[in-house]
Ligand binder design. Structure first.
Ligand code: SF4
Length: 705
């Protein structure tokens, strides 16, 4: 990360990629190939710094294969250009036909955690009252659902970080579980310097990642457990904290319920048993627990590495239990949080894209919530369908008797990002109609019957909510190319053709006002906010953290005065067992997946940015030198990674930073290089999060012919 390069008078906005939402300024660059110049902007989260992806983000605005004309699949099987009028007329007619033939749930919607708050909100409304379908879910199900479920049951509310990121600056102890911020959001690392200086950066990761390396030379401790053993590890830490009376008994008595059940549930997780399950030596476990308890200012943070499992909710819950035993949440200078990944992963899960939720983070089954939201939408509560099905089920059942016959995909490249990607691709192929809204011909768009070209980040106004629950203005810096349209326009045009009730504004500020009204009284209450107020606040350097009800000034820190359960106490929830997970046997290895500095999510955007793609042009499998040598593999050679679900061919990258029983693949690559061809679509029973983070595989060298 680097600083800005001098004063700028351009458009103040935020990065198009991850949930740190680094602040940047876009200045016009007349005559240049790339239409704007990016400058890092001073802001509490990124302090003027940007990562490689941020610095090169303007390239997205100049990519040569930008879509600007709707594409329809012709009789020859090829995608061919068509007019907006024809595309939307044909689409509306086809949707009507499918609904008449099979009922409204024959049409599904798949949303995205990168959509602005306005679009996420409008998409939930569009699905429910224009399409009248319950079948809407989004790719955040693959990202934050376990952490959200765990936070909701423990605290009664889910805001990724319930405190401003700058609170971490003065911490002397920070434990990061399954998060590699050094690569995924490098400017974040500046907030870890206090903990590093105090020797209190504690990183739990099966790989010696760039973040784990920050613990070296006295910076802290890196613990390298067996992949998928995070839950036993956390049960063991809770056991030690209780057994050694390291817990904050006053806090636990005053602010939580459930201690006796929790105590019983972790009683048998003594350190030697945990050592067996995790490979982490018992003395290291004890040292970790003691360091956490000794911290003057301690934070526990989880990431996808521990959450993207079939027991992800229980694992995140165990991390929260540990934080509660230590008396961290809601105490000044300490806390628990989860690090949201996608750009609007936080806002994307608040406004109604989730199968079971209405705007304001309300349950769709709650009669009061239905009545309130219906009144904002101008319909009867009965007109809002009930809960739908979560993302994996929505995809798996596509094209079957029980599943949707048509799917509208917005801001998501599911054939790369879904687990068991080969099965997801086959499911999409069964559909009668696949519609993809995107600004590039992503791998999913390539399969579509209809592709609708949309605007991208710097071409329209909107808001995003970052990993702290801070609502940010995303601003237009340039005119969109002729032919591309906002999703708000597409939804309005379709709603009109489908004779839908309600109003369908094209103005993001108006849609935000409606969103704010719909959220009033909910957990994620935006009712006191508007684009105008957000603009004024950002001029003054003020922050807008939700909940932000009318008449308030927002809520930087949650839980200071109590938790969101009716009795104000947090719940210690007993979790006992890890999901049944077959362990690697014989010559099998455990596959783990994750991200690289140079790429974002499915890579549909970053693989089109030359500087990023040149640095990481193809998938590299990280393997321990001993493992590679055993299999006759050499650094830079080719390896075939396979299991019953699929096969990936990768370049070998030998590194002592990985356990010998483990192989790492980044998931940003497509087609035969897609790591998710190998991952499992088994899901967490509570959150429906798939088991992305461990899979059993075999490897073999690919010999040159
Ligand atoms: Fe910041 Fe994330 Fe963008 Fe990098 S990708 S500049 S860390 S918001």
């Amino acid at each position: 990360a680097g600083g800005g390069d001098g004063p700028s008078t351009g458009t103040a906005t935020h990065c198009p990629y991850c949930a740190l939402q680094c602040a940047m300024t876009l200045d016009p660059a007349p005559g240049d190939r790339v239409p704007v110049r990016v400058t890092g902007r001073d802001f509490p989260t990124n302090r003027g710094g940007l990562c490689k992806k941020g610095w090169t983000s303007a390239e997205l605005l100049a990519i040569p294969d930008r879509l600007t004309t709707p594409l329809v699949r012709g009789e020859d099987g090829e995608l061919q250009e068509t007019s907006w009028e024809t595309a939307l007329d044909t689409l509306a007619a086809r949707l009507q036909e499918l609904r008449s033939e099979h009922g409204p749930d024959a049409v599904g919607v798949f949303g995205g955690g990168g959509l602005t708050n306005e679009k996420a909100y409008q998409l939930g409304k569009f699905a429910r009252i224009a399409l009248r379908t319950s079948r809407i879910d989004y790719n955040g199900r693959f990202c934050m659902s376990s952490a959200a479920a765990a936070s909701t049951r423990a605290f009664g509310i889910d805001r990724g970080l319930p405190f401003p990121l700058t609170d971490l600056d003065t911490a002397d102890t920070v434990m990061l579980l399954g998060s590699n911020v050094g690569d995924t959001m490098p400017p974040f690392v500046s907030h870890l310097q206090g903990a590093r200086a105090a020797g209190g950066l504690l990183v739990v990761d099966p790989r010696r990642s760039s973040t784990a390396r920050l613990t070296e030379d006295g910076g802290g401790l890196h613990v390298q457990p067996v992949p998928g053993s995070d839950l036993p590890l956390l049960l063991g830490l809770c056991h030690i904290v209780l057994a050694e009376r390291l817990y904050d008994s006053e806090y636990v008595a005053a602010r939580t319920t459930g201690l006796s059940t929790l105590r019983a549930s972790v009683a048998s997780w003594w350190p030697e048993r945990v050592q067996q399950a995790t490979g982490v030596p018992a003395p290291t476990l004890r040292a970790l627990a003691r360091r956490l308890a000794e911290g003057r200012s301690t934070y526990i943070l989880t990431g996808r590495g521990v959450e993207q499992h079939a027991d992800g909710t229980d694992t995140a819950t165990a991390a929260i239990n540990l934080a509660l035993l230590l008396g961290l949440p809601g105490k000044p200078g300490s806390g628990y949080g989860t690090l949201t990944g996608q750009g609007n992963g936080q806002g994307g899960r608040e406004h109604g894209q989730k199968a079971d939720q209405l705007p304001g983070y309300r349950k769709i089954t709650d009669p009061e919530a239905r009545t309130h939201v219906a009144s904002v939408w101008g319909v009867d509560a009965d007109a809002i369908p009930g809960p739908g099905v979560p993302a994996v089920q929505l995809l798996q059942s596509a094209g079957t008797d029980a599943g949707v016959k048509a799917l509208l995909v917005h801001g998501s490249n599911v054939v790369v990002s879904a687990p068991n990607a080969g099965a997801a691709r086959a499911a999409l192929a069964r559909l009668d109609l696949l519609v993809v809204c995107d600004f590039v011909l992503s791998e999913t768009a390539r399969l579509a019957d209809l592709v609708l070209p949309v605007l991208q980040w710097a071409e329209e106004e909107g808001t995003m909510t970052n990993l702290e629950g801070r609502v940010l203005r995303r601003r237009r810096a340039l005119t969109a190319p002729e032919g591309a349209r906002s999703e708000l326009w597409i939804m309005a045009e379709l709603a009109r053709r489908l004779d839908a009730p309600g109003t369908w504004s094209l103005d993001p500020a108006e849609v935000f006002d409606e969103l704010a009204r719909a959220s009033a009284g909910g957990l994620a209450d935006y009712s006191g906010l508007s684009h105008v107020l957000l603009d004024e606040m950002s001029e003054r350097g003020d922050a807008a953290f939700w909940p932000f009800p009318v008449g308030s000034t927002g809520t930087q820190r949650l839980f200071d005065d109590g938790f969101a359960h009716p009795d104000g106490r947090a719940r210690l929830v007993a979790v006992r067992r890890a999901a049944h997970r077959r362990t690697a046997a014989g010559d099998e290895l455990t596959l783990i997946t994750g991200r690289l500095l140079e790429h974002y999510q499915s890579g549909a955007q970053t693989r089109r940015v030359a500087e990023l793609n040149d640095a990481r042009p193809r998938v590299v499998a990280q393997l321990h030198p001993v493992t590679a040598a055993d299999r006759g593999l050499t650094d830079g050679g080719l390896v075939r990674v396979s299991n019953t679900r699929g096969t990936v061919d990768a370049v070998v990258g030998m590194s002592p930073d990985i356990r010998p029983d483990t192989i790492f693949l980044p998931f940003h690559f497509a087609d035969a290089e897609s790591a998710n061809l190998l991952t499992s679509d088994a899901v967490d029973p509570i959150s429906a999060m798939p088991e992305f983070k461990t899979a059993i595989v075999r490897i073999e060298p690919i010999r040159s012919p």
